[in-house]
Design a protein around this ligand. Structure first.
Ligand code: K2U
Ligand code: ZN
Length: 180
């Protein structure tokens, strides 16, 4: 699927890193898809591929809009860019799946997270068309991780308080050291 060209040249935007409180904001619905939203989507893909990551939520580049980009293609050099605007999970399977998750906003920390194995997601595509897909595997895990981001939720919120407090303490110390 070719994505429409952005209004301006694409940019790799800086990632918001834990413990930045921006990550805890609830993102706003997009409403109409403006040229600025198209540029944001193009920049999100540029930023995601550069990281590299398989998913990105707009809040991770400091924009509190309900926009998600994902590309779970595994083949070298093959890209399957997906845009989810105002995504909503409308059904989740009873069956669960554990995945060793990471996050571009919590670099080099990984933890096992259990989530529904399959989800049905309603969203609008970059042209504003209503879509609904059923996802399984990595796409299911990733879209749930990204929709969490849109609600100010991080994957460390699904692990024990002890582990979560340790991670937040580590990143808070690192942020203070970098600011000095
Ligand atoms: O939202 C993000 O920080 C992007 C994550 C998405 C993701 C998290 C957990 C499981 C799947 C996707 C990054 O892509 S983290 C890097 C990564 C890359 C491949 C597979 C898993 C995680
Ligand atoms: Zn993340």
């Amino acid at each position: 699927m070719a994505l429409p060209s952005p209004v301006s040249a694409m940019t790799i935007r800086p990632l918001v890193i834990l413990p930045d409180a921006v990550l805890r904001r609830t993102s706003e619905p997009v409403g109409s898809i403006t040229p600025e939203i198209r540029t944001l989507v193009a920049d999100m893909f540029e930023t995601m591929y550069d990281a590299p990551g398989v998913g990105l939520a707009a809040i991770q580049v400091g924009v509190a809009k309900r926009v998600v980009t994902i590309d779970t293609s595994k083949e070298e050099g093959v890209r399957e860019p997906r845009v989810f605007i105002d995504p909503e999970i409308v059904w989740s399977s009873e069956e669960k799946r554990v995945y060793d998750e990471g996050c571009l906003s919590i670099p080099e920390y990984y933890a096992e997270v259990e989530r529904p194995d399959r989800v049905r997601v309603k969203f609008r595509d970059i042209e504003g068309r209503e879509q609904e897909i059923e996802a399984d595997g990595l796409l299911a895990t990733c879209i749930q991780h990204e929709i969490d981001h849109l609600n100010g939720v991080l994957f460390i919120d699904h692990i024990s308080k002890l582990k979560r407090d340790r991670v937040i303490k580590r990143f808070t110390k690192a942020a203070k050291r970098d600011a000095a």
